[in-house]
Design a protein around this ligand. Sequence first.
Ligand SMILES: Nc1ncnc2c1ncn2[C@@H]1O[C@H](COP(=O)(O)OP(=O)(O)OP(=O)(O)O)[C@@H](O)[C@H]1O
Length: 789
Amino acid sequence: MSNEQLITEQAYLNQTLGKINESLDITKEEIKKSKGSLADAASGWDDVRVKTSTYSGIVETAMSVRQQQQAIAERESAKSRAEVRFQTLSKQAGKPYFARIDFTDPQDDGQGPESIYIGLASYSDEEGKFWVYDWRTPVASIYYDGGLGQVDYLTPVGPQRADVSLKRQFEIEGGDIVTLFDTEEAIGDAMLLNALSGESSTKMKSIVTTIQKEQNKIIRNTDADLLFVQGAAGSGKTAAIMQRVAYLLYRYRGKLNSGQVVMFSPNQLFNDYVDQVLPELGEQNLVQLTFFQYASRRLPRFAVQTLAERFEQTVSNEKIDRMLGSLEMFKATQKYAQSLNQKGLHARNLNFRGEPLITREKILDIYYQYNENYKLSQRLEATQDTLLRSLRAQVGVQMKKDWVELAIENLSKEEYDEMVGAGSTRIGDDEEGDAGAATRRHQLGAQPQEREFKSDKQERNFLAKKIVTQALRPLAKKIRRSGFININAQYVDFLKVLPNFMNLADFGVSDAEWTEYLQQVIADFKDHKLTLANTTIYLYLYDLITGKHGQRDIRYLFIDEIQDYTPYQLAFLKFSFPNAKFTVLGDLNQAIFTQDWANSLEEDFASLFAPEKVEMIELTQTYRSTEQITNFSKELLENGKTIEAFNRDGELPVLKLAKDEAGALQAVKDQLQENAIDQEQTAIITQTLEAAQDLAANLDGEDVTLIHSENQRLAPGAVIIPSYLAKGLEFDAVVIWQADADHYSAQDQQRLLYTVASRAMHRLTMIGAGEISPLIQAVHQSLYAREEV
Ligand SMILES: Nc1ncnc2c1ncn2[C@@H]1O[C@H](COP(=O)(O)OP(=O)(O)OP(=O)(O)O)[C@@H](O)[C@H]1O
């Protein structure tokens, strides 16, 4: 960088900052003014005259109330607009932009190149001159998409071409340019290297200044209904989708808000890890939840299988797991539900005072009296209507019963007053009208009147009706909530007759195996326990029978770590969010829950969308780890060849094998010490929770935090964490505990080992006792160092 360039750029920066500060002052004034005018508007209530004696008076009152409300709402929104602008400007005042591009539009003959500056948000001065462009504007795409020369970029009106003559990147601190460099590439390696060599932190950062071309495609895609991103560990999938959320909120501002975007993430720790990215980009956070949370909160009475249980279950029957998670099973659920249109619904009696008031046979008669053209949801609705009608008819019948008589006699003074509504109810206000009456009284100030009865009989009837209606209310609620369907029995029935709806042999499952499994499910049911696979099927069946249509207001759905989902779960999510566009990210090599069968996931999920609306993007370049760590960990895989390491130098991974457990433990202690001296934040990753707990007990006295549950927070400093909770996270230094033949040997642990090894940014140490793990032995010796300790 020449000195002259620096001086010119600093001068431009000063000018920009000067303008921003001017705008800040103006905005501050606006906020002050809008606060004042809000107070003025609020005092307008004093002028609203309440006239209630005539109809026209009421209308007039209502109109002036409405006008007054509008005036306040307008001023409030002016105030909050000014406040948002103030916040944005305050952020810009330190670091208004990070890049500059000069380009010419080939269609603008004779015009010289135009320079634009790119920052986290746009800035235009009071005269409307643009000083900074938001990184999400179409033109800013030029910065991410290519080097110098011709670059095509997409705008809402179609593709545009630009001839780029300069790309300059800045680092600005506190209003001063610290560094500035020109680059010919999309994003200069120097800048990226700089961004990547930082230390890990408990919070993910935005990558806005160094988004790569491939990532930019993911971020700006608006066409696909299903955007499927497959990428190696550390290739920036998560980083890219956080940017994508920010992009979409900007691109569709005014039409899309963060409440309409949902992200399914692997665990709660991960939610905590990424929750700063969007605020850093000036956006509101999105709704984030795990599949477990989504499913289990709909079934409060069941203990749904947790993440730890799912990971640590001794693989009971992989064939059955695979079958339950398949699209065939999804279709079988639909077919079974369909069959309920003819017969097979499991109903339960509607009991009242311990006796069946409407028997299950009667309910089934009603349910099946509608012809075959009814859909399940219509059939249910019609049944509910009929049941509610017969419930209403019951009022008259029950009023004559002895229990009502007894109840009237036993009414206390308070209960009586409450029912009759002395002092609060006007004659003629029926029960339904109570809310309306209360509002009327409140608004119009009418005096309440006492209820008067013409005769004892009238009073008795009134009370009896009240008592019966109240007593029947829970039943009405039950009917409205379809509580007369015995969904548990229905579910078990479905599993029993499953062989009529799909071919179990296609999954290698024999009748005997299935019967045995069924017994297990029934036993679990009795204990109120459900596996995640069963929970999903249960919920889908329930939704089909009750005609639920899912959440229609959600427009974008993101699923991270998709390899841990079954096709069934994905199909269920598609059903549950029918209007959402899906962005899904995954790395089949990190499938630690679903193993081999994750391979067909891409195809299975894509089959649920129109082919022309599906886009696949593959990311092979990794950013998280040093070249040495990536080159080692990709060799753990059979198909890791295509993974490309980022050219960032570091030490070789080290395998430390001790003779016995005690030696290994000592090695961990030494490593913790060494890492602490080198200021590398360490995660000791164990395979299971139990191993993590054991190790923590053995490391008593060391400064390490055990992360045993996803509901914990990630602590700074060294942590011990089981593998399934480390998903998606990263650490300066990783120690893989028990990296030996006793613990990592089966072929299906290859992915697990790869997943944990790829969490390391700068240093990877594997510590074990006894024999070397065959999975590590398969890696070429030049790719790691081996020490006997
Ligand atoms: N363009 C980029 N510029 C700077 N840093 C980047 C870029 N892309 C990715 N990174 C960094 O690389 C690391 C890995 O990214 P991220 O966690 O998004 O990867 P991932 O593909 O989701 O990985 P995994 O599958 O292992 O969870 C993060 O520290 C991220 O900030």
